[in-house]
Design a protein around this ligand. Structure first.
Ligand code: ADP
Length: 334
């Protein structure tokens, strides 16, 4: 099931790092964000300023971290990486801020999970390039303003709407990342095969792309598994039949559904006549926690029209029956 998760496992960070594009022109897809960002960066560079703070919103695995690295690379600043959950108190943020150098890019992943108490410090730092450092404890404590060199915050969030308005307002530019289409994913897979030294055919790239749920992270992961298969079971060549055989072994079907996804759909159709069925009942019948079904399987199934949420629970669609190769019961035709 981990194969089609949009989030990165810690163990794959190194593999991902090797595949990241380094320049904006090598970043595939997202034409809108790419054009906007290139304007923002070029203007800042030609004025000799640091770029405005940038907010990147969109689902996991679509390239937010990669873009922050590209920004740092394009403007020649060093990249500092942190995340909302890593900053639990203002002191954590003060430590990061006071170590910044001019032109640094501070990437804050999951910025919507920043501690409320640290938010105000971040506002001040973003707006006035200043941090107030508390010196001493108790009634004698005083705050000393510490000027910061100009720097750029790149915040990443799954949804811009999750950010409090005052924080959102401090970003000069917000880029919304969209899911990739199959052609874009295939392009990414072809380029990465070259980087991995894999002998990949175009039809195998298309096959991997079409099972990757619009997400480059998943495409890269499937590519590595097809490479594994070709090396161990095949003749080393990543062609269409190797791709299909590998993805069968790893139980990722033609639409990118994995075992849990299909178990959920089969339960809705076979056990509950197409639904609607409540989340808890559904989860019990596939032997999972309701949260797992809701957060792991459901988003993609709903996005792709395999499942609908109704007030009375989850229900199958015509597409669900078709995908499972089953005929819907008579009464659900109406
Ligand atoms: P996010 O931060 O949004 O979760 P990442 O930036 O970590 O996503 O991207 C996940 C993986 O997908 C990385 O290995 C990255 O190289 C690759 N990737 C993402 N977007 C692109 C793109 N547009 N072109 C090429 N590779 C990409």
């Amino acid at each position: 099931s981990d194969l089609v998760m949009p989030d990165a496992a810690d163990s794959e960070r190194a593999a991902e790092a090797a595949l990241r594009p380094r320049h904006l022109e090598d970043f595939v897809g997202q034409p809108v964000v790419r054009e906007q960002l290139s304007l923002v960066l070029e203007a800042a560079i030609s004025r000799g300023n640091v770029p405005d703070h940038v907010l990147l919103s969109g689902p996991p695995g679509l390239g937010k971290t990669t873009l922050s690295m590209i920004i740092a690379n394009e403007v020649g600043g060093s990249l500092r990486l942190t995340s909302g959950p890593a900053i639990q108190k203002p002191g954590d943020l003060a430590a990061v801020l006071s170590s910044l150098q001019e032109g640094d890019i501070l990437f804050i992943d999951e910025i919507h999970r920043l501690a409320r108490t640290a938010e105000e410090m971040l506002y001040l730092a973003m707006e006035d390039f200043r941090v107030d450092v508390m010196v001493g404890k108790g009634p004698g404590a005083t705050s000393i303003p510490l000027p910061l060199p100009p720097f750029t915050v790149v915040g990443a969030t799954t949804r811009a709407g999750l950010l409090p308005a005052p924080l959102r307002d401090r970003f000069g530019f917000t880029g919304h990342l969209e899911y990739y289409d199959d052609d874009e994913l295939a392009t990414i897979v072809v380029r990465n095969a070259v980087k991995l030294g894999a002998d990949l055919t175009q039809d195998a790239a298309n096959e991997i792309a079409s099972r990757s749920r619009g997400t480059p992270r998943i495409a890269n992961r499937l590519l590595r598994r097809v490479q594994d298969w070709a090396q161990v079971k095949g003749n080393g060549k990543l062609d269409l039949s190797a791709a299909r055989a590998a993805l069968d072994v790893f139980e990722v079907d033609q639409r990118g559904l994995d075992r849990l996804d299909r178990a959920v759909l089969e339960a809705v159709c076979v056990r509950f006549g197409g639904g609607p069925v409540g989340l808890t009942t559904l989860a019990v019948s596939v032997g999972e926690e309701p949260e797992t079904v809701e957060s792991v399987a459901e988003p993609y199934l709903v996005r792709e029209g395999f499942l609908v949420r109704t007030p009375r629970g989850r229900a199958a669609t015509a597409l669900t029956w078709q995908h499972l190769g089953m005929a819907p019961p008579e009464q659900s035709d109406t």
